[in-house]
Design a protein around this ligand. Structure first.
Ligand SMILES: [Zn+2]
Ligand SMILES: [Zn+2]
Length: 352
């Protein structure tokens, strides 16, 4: 099969590789579409090596059809089912995260395209061990959701978890989302769907106009600029009748943005941190103590996030595709990554 493979740091190529072999417990998915994620770009641009080393098939946001199932696979999965995999390949099954349903935080988790082969290929195997431990590691795609839309359920489920499960949004609350990447935009979208009063997007003044237009289309009500922290605070105070925001979802990982964001919350406000960025922060955190701010770490999603995100999509309540800027073929994967690196592209869909 054809696959887009990382062969060494900064070295990527299309290759012919064997189709994965399927045992009695496994499922084989023929991939139909994928989306390139910012976390895949970290490997492509050499800022991170895959945990499994090279060579590695890239990518994790996916959609396809079950074309083979081992004889021991649960009846609920049949050949011909349209599915999306939530992109885990292996977990330990016995740690605290695994037994409480948050297997994505399992320290032994292997994710596609990062710690195991991914999905920028014609086929991917879902291992039987994982299907036993996490029966919902794949999900059926609703009939009204196309293959090109379905890979976007993954970043949307991230936004779902941040806003509802971790952020515990109540209708009528005021929300600030920092950053206009895919996770930021889907978080803002979920806040709008969940009945937030103001959905305030905090971005750099230099953010492209079309990105702002997409954000407004997806439910953002107001835009503030992180390069002007005083104005941000003033504007949030004005929009919230003097109280401050109830919830901030921080997706940038930029230390100064986090500092500004903490100041936008009212006493006892909630901040969900999605970003992965290890830059030292360089300032004190007494505001968290003195103002009783709740800071919540976010990682991925769980089965509830996926199910509810899919429910919203099946009812036509999700705008999954406004963030898509480019559509390419599997053979052009490298070009897709180049456009992500240069920021020419926002979200790239790859079709097989
Ligand atoms: Zn992703
Ligand atoms: Zn575990």
């Amino acid at each position: 099969m054809r696959a887009f493979v990382g062969v060494g740091r900064g070295q990527f190529e299309m290759q012919d590789v064997p189709v994965p072999e399927i045992g009695d417990d496994d499922i084989l998915i023929q991939l139909k579409a994928a989306a390139i994620c910012g976390s895949d770009v970290h490997i492509y641009d050499g800022s991170m090596d895959p945990l499994c080393g090279y060579p590695v098939i890239m990518g994790h946001e996916n959609a396809g059809i079950i074309v083979k199932r081992g004889e021991n696979v649960a009846e609920r999965w049949q050949v011909g089912d349209r599915v999306t995999s939530e992109n885990t390949v292996d977990v330990c099954g016995s740690c605290y995260a695994c037994i409480t349903g948050d297997y994505v935080a399992c320290e032994e988790r292997k994710g596609m395209g990062i710690a195991a082969d991914g999905i920028l290929a014609e086929y991917v195997k879902i291992p039987g061990k994982l299907l036993r431990q996490v029966p919902d590691c794949i999900f059926k795609i609703p009939d009204n959701v196309s293959f090109e839309e379905a890979p976007l359920l993954e970043p949307a489920a991230n936004g779902y978890k941040a806003i509802f499960q971790e952020g515990r949004l109540m209708g009528g609350e005021n929300v600030v989302v920092t950053g206009a990447g895919a996770i930021g935009l889907y978080s803002a979208h979920m806040a709008a769907i969940g009945g937030a009063a103001h959905v305030i997007l905090m971005v750099r003044r230099s953010t492209a106009k079309d990105k702002i237009a997409t954000a407004l289309k997806m439910g953002v009500t107001d835009v503030i600029y992180s390069d002007e922290p005083e104005t941000c605070a003033e504007e949030v105070i004005r929009l919230t009748d003097g109280f401050g925001a109830d919830l901030v979802v921080e997706t940038t990982g930029v230390p100064a943005v986090m500092n500004t964001a903490l100041g936008l919350l009212h006493v006892k406000g909630r901040l969900v941190r999605i970003a992965i960025n290890d830059t030292p922060y360089g300032y004190g955190l007494n505001s968290i103590t003195l103002r009783s701010i709740e800071v919540i770490g976010h990682l991925g999603y769980n089965t509830v996030s996926w199910r509810n995100t899919i429910n919203l999509a099946s009812q036509g309540k999700l705008d999954l595709t406004s963030i898509v800027t480019h559509r390419i073929s599997l053979e052009d994967s490298g070009h897709g990554f180049d456009m992500m690196v240069s920021r020419e592209a926002g979200k790239v869909i790859v079709t097989m």
